[in-house]
Ligand binder design. Structure first.
Ligand code: NAI
Length: 653
């Protein structure tokens, strides 16, 4: 705490459960948000009511200024209390929550003295809207500081003033982008786009806030072009944004980004102006099935996170064996998350491409030269495998060859620390077989990552017949440590994700052989809401990998699809070789015109996926249907607005 905070307004101290007021010698009130009973600040009804009372009092007392900050280690404010939001079943309750926040933040914005939001760590949703209602914003320049309005991802909109204020602060282009995608920005980017008045290091943050109040500079005004875009040119900007949006989301599937656009365009961001029937209204969005499904998925994501809560396991060093497509990227992600990683392959030449890819990834994700350098320092090439002896987690990602993997694990087990997790990234071999030559096969777990590793959040945590559940739990904790989502699965062919994709892709290949165009098949899947059709997906994954997965699922004797076989024989393996079912240019498939797609065709493309998902749940591959839904959404991008394949089947009846 700042020394000046020692001068306490006695009357204010202890009066509130979630907020603390300290007045310093300059007459500045330091308003600290420290929600009782939780480690993260979120806005519940009680929190908001207290804030309302505090604002009224400050309005009467007129201090020199107010600095709002967080009392939590974890960050600034995570947003509204989603638990509270998910419990409501009456539309009136939802509207009351919106009304409370909207009114409170309007009163905050109207305070007649300088107000500063001092943001350190995450600043999301309602927290972001609180910051927007302050006259000034200061961001602490640290890796954890991030601003986002993720409401759109829950199928709703920022109704506490975000849609109104953000375009005035950063201009409509940046504002619409942030609000319609839910994307986050760090402190430096926030400074560049004008979202914050200053981005400062932690040691000067309090001083910066104090100076901001004492000097009270004129708030930055928008450049003329942005003001025009927010005024007379609004409808042109909105039309352009709508056209862009239509390319990536259909309104019947995702109404929220359209509503955000219209609330800005027609109602200047006031959520109480549109009538409840208007698709731009909160009432419309909250009652739409998409919001229910997306909020449900949010809950499932939290559940998956909790599956990785094993506080007793914390890795510092990771050793990855095999620096190919998967191993290289797994190692890079671990280094990105702050772990020290040794990466082993047979020769330095085999390690080089993985190191190069890692450098590119660090550059893209960290942007800061020093942080990139530190991450690169943490990633150590290790041809001799010296890292095995020091690692807390050892991940094998070598060729899919049983005997070589068996030999490897026997050797690794002998050198590893007793407490180290021994994990394989195999996609098709049984853990019981891989661990056959180990002294203690109960240590072996599967950590099945998905390609591309940096993008896909899911990791299947496989427990084989011999695996001790405690090791699987540690595996899940490690998955959380590197910020991925763990899904415990049974050791059965294809686990969950590949097993469900198998029949779906095989069916698509059969349709191709019957003469349906690749473009038409992909269009049907996209029409359903998949991010990419099965044929483009096969090209992306690699046709050799698809063929191998197909064999392991359907048996080596099954007749392979004709067109797939032809392409394999011609060495056309998909995106990675520049041609597969499609020709690929600049990372994109070159597509011809699709034939018209009707509901029957959509059903024909999607039914094998849905049927296999149901079978996998019935056979207990995952604990329950909810986890299958979550796994398939985060592992295959299954249309999120449906709430997942099992939820979709339930609703379809
Ligand atoms: P890859 O062929 O790209 O890389 C394998 C690497 O392992 C090569 O660089 C090779 O030199 C190295 N290697 C082989 N034997 C070694 C040994 N004894 N010691 C050290 N290094 C050795 O293979 P990829 O695609 O990365 O697959 C690796 C594993 O991950 C396989 O088990 C595969 O089933 C699994 N997997 C692959 C996915 C994919 O989409 N490619 C997805 C999920 C899992």
């Amino acid at each position: 705490m700042n020394p000046a905070d020692a001068v306490l307004d006695k009357q204010a101290a202890g009066a509130y459960r979630h907020w603390r007021l300290d007045k310093d010698a300059d007459g500045i009130v330091w308003l600290t948000f420290d929600r009782a009973g939780t480690s993260t600040n979120t806005f519940s009804k009680e929190v908001m009511e207290e804030l309302g009372a505090i604002i009224d009092r400050l309005a009467a007392e007129r201090p020199k200024g107010v600095v709002i900050r967080s009392g939590k280690e974890s960050g600034f404010i995570a947003g509204a209390d989603v638990d509270e939001f998910t419990r409501i079943d009456e539309i009136e309750e939802a509207l009351a929550i919106v009304r409370r926040g909207w009114d409170t933040f309007n009163r905050l914005a109207a305070l007649p003295f300088p107000t500063v939001a001092l943001v350190r760590g995450f600043c999301m949703g309602g927290g972001f809207e609180l910051a927007l209602a302050c006259r000034y914003r200061i961001a602490v320049d640290e890796p954890g500081t991030r601003f986002a309005l993720p409401e759109v991802m829950l199928g709703i909109l920022p109704g506490w003033g975000g849609v109104k204020r953000l375009p005035r602060v950063v201009g409509p282009s940046a504002a619409l982008d942030l609000m319609m995608t839910g994307r986050s920005v760090d402190a430096r980017r926030a400074k560049r786009i004008g979202l914050v008045d200053a981005a400062v290091p932690p040691r000067v943050m309090e001083n910066a806030a104090r100076i901001m109040i004492l000097e009270a500079p004129k708030p930055r005004s928008l450049p003329v072009v942005q003001r025009l875009m927010n005024g007379p040119l609004k409808s042109i900007v909105a039309a352009m944004a709508r056209a862009q949006l239509a390319k990536r989301a259909r309104r019947e599937h995702y109404p929220a980004p359209y509503a955000i656009l219209e609330l800005w365009e027609k109602y200047d961001g006031d959520p109480f102006l549109p009538s409840p029937q208007d698709p731009a209204s909160i009432a419309y969005l909250v009652q739409h099935p998409t919001a229910k499904n997306l909020i449900r998925i949010f809950g499932l994501q939290e559940r998956m996170k909790s599956l990785g809560k094993d506080s007793s396991f914390q890795a510092q060093r990771v050793h990855v064996i095999g620096a190919g497509t998967m191993g290289g990227d797994i190692a890079a992600i671990c280094a990105l998350r702050g772990l020290t990683v040794t990466l082993q392959d047979t020769t330095p030449e085999r390690l080089a491409p993985a190191m190069k890819r890692a450098a590119d990834l660090f550059g893209k994700r960290l942007r800061d030269k020093l942080r990139v350098r530190d991450a690169l320092d943490r990633l150590i090439p290790d041809v001799n495998g010296d890292g095995v002896r020091h690692a807390d987690v050892i991940i094998e990602a070598i060729f899919e060859n049983l005997q070589v993997k068996q030999d490897l694990f026997a050797a690794v087990e002998a050198r590893a620390k007793p407490g180290a997790i021994l994990a394989t990234n195999t996609s098709s071999l049984k853990l019981a077989d891989i661990g056959q030559r180990m002294k203690d096969p109960s240590r072996l777990v599967g950590l099945h990552f998905f390609n591309p590793v940096p993008q896909l959040q899911l990791v299947e945590v496989v427990a084989g017949a011999a695996t001790n559940p405690e090791w699987a739990k540690k595996g899940a904790a490690f998955v959380r440590q590197i910020d991925k989502l763990p899904l415990p699965v049974k050791d059965a062919p294809g686990f969950l994700v590949n097993r469900v994709l198998g029949p779906y892709m095989a069916n698509a290949f059969r349709m191709l052989d019957e003469g349906v165009k690749a473009e038409t098949i992909d269009k049907a899947a996209e029409q359903f809401g998949m991010p990419m059709g099965p044929i483009a997906l096969a090209d992306t994954v690699g046709l050799d990998i698809c063929a191998a997965a197909g064999k392991s699922l359907a048996g080596a004797d099954a007749t392979p699809p004709r067109r797939l076989e032809e392409l394999l024989n011609a060495g056309k393996l998909g995106k990675k070789t520049g041609e597969g079912f499609y020709r690929w240019e600049k990372g994109k498939p070159v597509k011809g015109k699709a034939d018209p797609v009707d509901d029957a065709l959509v059903k024909r493309v999607m039914d094998p996926y849905l049927a296999e998902a149901k079978k996998a749940v019935d056979e207990g591959i995952v604990a329950d249907a909810d986890l299958a839904d979550a796994g398939l959404i985060f592992g295959t991008g299954f249309a999120p607005f449906t709430g997942g394949p099992l939820n979709y089947l339930k609703n379809r009846g």
